[in-house]
Design a protein around this ligand. Structure first.
Ligand code: ADP
Ligand code: MG
Length: 167
């Protein structure tokens, strides 16, 4: 069994705030691991440390591309990677088949989050981090995210996600 993530004794302080205290974690390849916890539990801090403090893969919003369509943006991002996934399959996988040729500025908030997700996976990464991917989505949108996660791991890929646990 190959480990996709191995973390040992992860600790993080923000001045007086001890956000993480000695977190150990191993995630196997092809596994989905969800970090559950209320606001302030340290989920984002932990995920960002594993990401190497780099920009999250999934963008906060597709606002820069309002005049483009989901298909155009996804194809554009696909062109940045050596072995991208098929653009139309990705657009369909995130549930935007009917909206693939609509201008992004005319999409609903939930549909824009699906575009973000498409941009996150089109590069065909081995491992994806999704920080509260279902926040702000309707029940159908949430199911679609889990479906994408399943499709993704069916390809032998690994997912680490965080979910807000209602208090
Ligand atoms: N840049 C920062 N500066 C100071 N404190 C921070 C910073 N980022 C997060 N924190 C604190 O660290 C704790 C964990 O935050 P965070 O990782 O964002 O939690 P979650 O994602 O689970 O809601 C909280 O107490 C939060 O206030
Ligand atoms: Mg967070």
């Amino acid at each position: 069994m190959t480990a996709a993530i191995t973390a040992t004794g992860i600790t993080k302080r923000y001045g007086p705030v001890e956000a993480l205290r000695g977190v150990d974690l191993e995630v196997a390849q092809g596994e989905v691991l969800a970090l559950l916890g209320p606001n302030g539990a340290g989920k984002t801090t932990f995920a960002e440390i594993l990401e190497g403090f780099r920009q999250p893969i999934v963008l906060q919003s597709a606002g820069f591309f309002e005049a483009l369509t989901p298909r155009e943006i996804t194809a554009h991002f696909a062109s940045f990677y050596p072995t991208p996934l098929d653009v139309d399959s990705v657009v369909e996988m995130v549930g935007l088949k009917e909206k693939r040729d609509a201008r992004c500025k005319n999409l609903s908030g939930g549909q824009k989050r699906r575009v973000d997700l498409a941009l996150g996976i089109v590069g065909n990464p081995e491992l994806i981090f999704l920080d509260e991917p279902t926040t702000g989505l309707d029940p159908q949108g949430r199911r679609q995210i889990w479906e994408v996660v399943r499709n993704f791991t069916a390809l032998g890929k690994t997912v680490l996600l965080t979910t807000l646990l209602p208090g």
